[in-house]
Design a binder for this molecule. Structure first.
Ligand code: G
Ligand code: G
Ligand code: MN
Ligand code: NA
Length: 253
């Protein structure tokens, strides 16, 4: 497959770049961390959407090296932010199929050790639908990752098909409210009720709650009033290359 071959080369030639989008502690207005988001600016194809090339990677044997590249790059950046005295963490997206890959836990463990990262500063974002595809295996992998000290976040929360009974045993530290609910919450009272309920649910189970997709000041104010812990979205900052993220951090010191 042609895109697969190009992607293999892109991974090999470091044509992939990891961008960082800030996450803000809504209670203190201080930086909380960054979500690592991979970008591919192909010399021949131009920018390729991550949805497209991650799907290609998942269908081939490239998802393991791609995930390793993103984890490695995110941890290297985190090591430098720690060295510069920034009290923040980093979050990396894990695709569904990596949760069933027995090499994942060893990969995370060895990278934490190579970059000398405090494990609780690393958050792994897993989508609700990825977990529901094979709950038992995924819960086992999540538990192993938590045993290393890493944090687990349930991404796109509220749009999948999870059951309340999972809250009795789910090895997670954080719920990330899907932007579908956040985007409309100022105008739409139903969305507001859903967001408020997810915040209450997370806190009842001693989890942090992150709202993604914040696009205006009114939304940030409402989320803060409702007790949401962390916010992310274009209104705070867009995903950006590492050097721009460094400047964003320094400007907020
Ligand atoms: O950054 P953007 O909104 O374009 O990302 C589109 C999708 O690609 C999102 O669902 C995001 O989670 C996913 N994505 C971005 N970077 C990564 C990555 O490094 N690994 C995985 N698995 N998914 C990613
Ligand atoms: O699925 P996941 O949550 O990992 O996706 C993150 C994606 O959301 C990234 O591709 C990022 O570019 C995008 N994103 C981040 N902030 C906003 C926002 O405020 N609005 C919208 N529409 N997308 C956002
Ligand atoms: Mn995510
Ligand atoms: Na999400």
């Amino acid at each position: 497959w042609e895109m697969r071959d190009d992607l293999a080369e892109a991974i090999h030639e470091s044509e992939l770049q990891v961008f960082f989008q800030p996450k803000l502690n809504l209670l203190t207005d201080q930086p909380w961390g960054a979500e690592a988001l991979v970008r591919w600016f192909s010399a021949t194809r131009g920018p390729v959407s991550p949805e497209t090339f991650i799907a290609v990677a998942e269908e081939s044997n490239l998802i393991e090296p791609l995930t390793r590249l993103v984890l490695n790059s995110a941890m290297r950046s985190l090591m430098m932010w720690q060295r510069d005295g920034h009290d923040i963490g980093v979050a990396v997206n894990l695709p569904a199929c990596m949760l069933l890959d027995s090499s994942l836990v060893n990969m995370v463990e060895s990278l934490l050790s190579i970059w000398d990262i405090e494990a609780q500063r690393l958050t792994l974002e897993l989508t609700e639908s990825a977990i529901m595809a094979d709950v038992d295996k995924c819960f086992a992998t999540m538990s192993s990752l938590k045993a290393l000290g890493a944090r687990i976040s349930i991404d796109d929360f509220g749009t999948g098909y999870s059951s309340f009974s999972y809250f009795k045993t789910i090895p997670a530290d954080e719920l990330k409210i899907d932007r579908a609910f956040v985007a409309g919450m100022v105008e739409d009272q139903a969305d507001q009720h859903i967001v408020e309920t997810i915040i209450g649910l997370a806190h009842r189970f001693d989890m942090k709650v992150v709202a993604e997709g914040i696009e205006d000041e009114a939304t940030i104010e409402m989320l803060t009033r409702l007790g949401c812990d962390v916010g992310q979205g274009y209104h705070i900052a867009r995903p950006m290359p590492e050097n721009e993220f460094d400047a964003w951090l320094d400007a907020r010191r």
